[in-house]
Ligand binder design. Structure first.
Ligand SMILES: [Mg+2]
Length: 276
């Protein structure tokens, strides 16, 4: 018997890193499941807390793994942050950015001026692997002078071949401590990006589920919005961590391939499902 949650789910929000791929290696079953979703009438969106790449760069990255996807199906925290800011401020607003190509391109696309001084209305901080003390100083001076503080995502670390390296939170916390100012965070588990995902899909939380590998971001974020929550064990969460955690998803799968198998069973007409 397939789980009731899968039978009632019509829309999926899928995290990417740890679900579809690890670094640059596709996870088994990812190509097949995305192909299946695109061929069926299931609405879906790929979301990521990573603000360093643009949707077009993700299209390229996925294509190198054999996954063909339209850029309109990808929502990054960089895009979500620029969309969030566009609701607060008109084009031409000066913004100081600590961040890489993804967030910078998203803000420029919406007409924001990426200033290099502290005379700005907003400071936006994401992961920036070239950050300097000088740039942290400009950000702090801007916030102390009244600029509002926005962060793309709250990830403490980033998995790489070398191990876990400092994530966006490690950078924005330095600014937070030096300014006594807590940023508005757009990415998961905060609601802003996931709410934008629902708006982009044109659906509400009902009949929508999130698939992710992180209890703290994907599952907590999904819970807060009332989404169904599906954890895959192909990323950052170990079986021990899941067992000990107070955060428990609705469904747990080894990987996207085993979710795919159950998903297909759940979507079969009822007459064919008996005894399945
Ligand atoms: Mg992930």
């Amino acid at each position: 018997m397939s789980p009731a949650l899968l039978r009632s789910t019509r829309t999926l929000i899928l995290d990417m890193d740890g679900v579809l791929f690890r670094l640059n290696t596709p996870i088994e079953g990812a190509v097949q499941f995305l192909t299946h979703l695109q061929e069926s009438d299931c609405r879906f969106l790929l979301v990521t807390n990573n603000s360093t790449l643009t949707p077009a760069q993700y299209v390229d990255k996925l294509s190198q793994m054999g996954i063909t996807i339209d850029g309109a199906r990808i929502l990054t925290s960089g895009e979500a942050t620029a969309m969030y800011l566009a609701r607060l401020a008109p084009p031409g607003t000066r913004v100081f950015v600590i961040g890489e190509n993804g967030i910078r391109a998203a803000l420029e696309k919406r007409g924001f001026i990426l200033a290099e001084d502290s005379n700005v209305s907003y400071v936006v901080c994401g992961l920036d692997r070239q950050v300097t003390y000088d740039r942290l100083t400009t950000a702090c001076l801007a916030i102390r002078a009244g600029a509002r503080f926005i962060a793309t995502n709250p990830d403490k670390t980033l998995p790489t071949e070398r191990g876990l390296i400092p994530g966006a939170r490690a950078i924005f916390t330095a600014i937070q401590v030096a300014t006594d100012t807590v940023p508005v965070v757009v990415g998961k588990p905060e609601p802003a990006m996931l709410e934008m995902a629902l708006q982009t899909l044109g659906v509400g939380a009902e009949h929508t589920a999130i698939v992710g590998d992180s209890l703290e971001t994907d599952i907590v974020g999904g819970r807060r919005l009332g989404l169904g929550t599906i954890l895959v064990m192909s990323g950052v969460t170990s079986a021990e961590q899941l067992e000990r955690s107070s955060i428990q998803p609705d469904l747990v799968y080894k990987d996207i391939a085993s979710l795919h198998a159950d998903w297909v069973k759940a979507k079969r007409p009822a007459a064919h499902r008996k005894g399945a």
